[in-house]
Design a protein around this ligand. Sequence first.
Ligand SMILES: NC(=O)c1ccc[n+]([C@@H]2O[C@H](COP(=O)([O-])OP(=O)(O)OC[C@H]3O[C@@H](n4cnc5c(N)ncnc54)[C@H](O)[C@@H]3O)[C@@H](O)[C@H]2O)c1
Length: 335
Amino acid sequence: MKDQSPSVLDPAALVAAFPKVRTIALITDSNVDRLYGDVTVRRLEQTGLRVERIVFPAGERSKTLDTYVELVRGLAALGMTRTDLVVALGGGVVGDLAGFAAATYMRGIACVQVPTTLLAMVDSSIGGKTGVDIPEGKNLVGAFHLPRQIIRDVGYLATLPEREMKNGLAEMIKTAVLFDAAMFAELRALAARTPDERLAALAPLVERCAQWKERIVEEDFKEGGRRKLLNLGHTFGHAIEKVSGFAIPHGEAVAMGMRLVGNDVPEIDEILDAYGFGHYDVSVRAEVLSAVTNDKKRSGDSITLIIPRKIGDCELVETPMSEVGRWLPEDASGL
Ligand SMILES: NC(=O)c1ccc[n+]([C@@H]2O[C@H](COP(=O)([O-])OP(=O)(O)OC[C@H]3O[C@@H](n4cnc5c(N)ncnc54)[C@H](O)[C@@H]3O)[C@@H](O)[C@H]2O)c1
């Protein structure tokens, strides 16, 4: 069969970048494996190295300590050494899990991220946050472990369901609101196009968006300052997601969160309307408020909200818990 994988995974470049590697463990999920597993293994085998594949069931439900244990035990069973390589092929769930396994196996081995969802391309594969969920909360166990390389190819997005595309688009809109009015205008114009036309035009915007995140992470690796800006829309977004029992997808929830803090910037509502993002349901206001008060990013009696002043300019605002409610309208007319 002809190799139709969109991957720009270059076997020669990989060998040159990792001269000591003997075994490559390709970690992926069941969906991505079905679509791209075989072609990627064949491509990696062109390095002349031993290539082994570890697959787990797709979905956030797999992002657990149990799967993590399976992965690190899988690496051990393969006899992986400290100089071997993990390649994470997939969305954010694969990236977070494989990244955490790589971060901790033998106290850390190299990881290359090959993101296959829009969200992973512009967000989760960048910055070295890895980890798993526990029943007490999402991403509560993890480590910082920067990937040695990130290989981005929008060709993978041809098979990505529209709902997953929207998750990534919400993050791209977030980045534009934070830093880049010109990119915001381009994204705004793209909303009127068909999904196919949009896909064709997306590559340069994905690169630009990824570079913004790379720049911010470089400035502030451990999220002491500017990296916090990347949480725009996330404080309320996480709460909305949680209150819905995760029925509202992450991107939708972040979009709703951005609308709430973006009151003063009408362009935010306009672009989110154009892409068909919804509004938060005022009937769950009390639950959302209570979920925000339990946010893990809360410090003492206040919380840092990211408030847009205009497109490309947002501010970190330390907000007393007693004032958080004023960002949540009590009836639909306030939306
Ligand atoms: N580490 C970070 O900095 C960071 C940042 C944001 C989000 N995250 C995490 O990322 C995760 C969400 O990532 P996600 O939205 O990519 O979800 P995901 O990894 O679950 O992928 C979404 C779905 O798309 C499928 N898929 C992936 N690539 C595909 C392709 N090319 N074609 C068809 N189907 C494909 C997957 O199998 C899955 O079913 C969450 O766990 C979140 O906590 C991490």
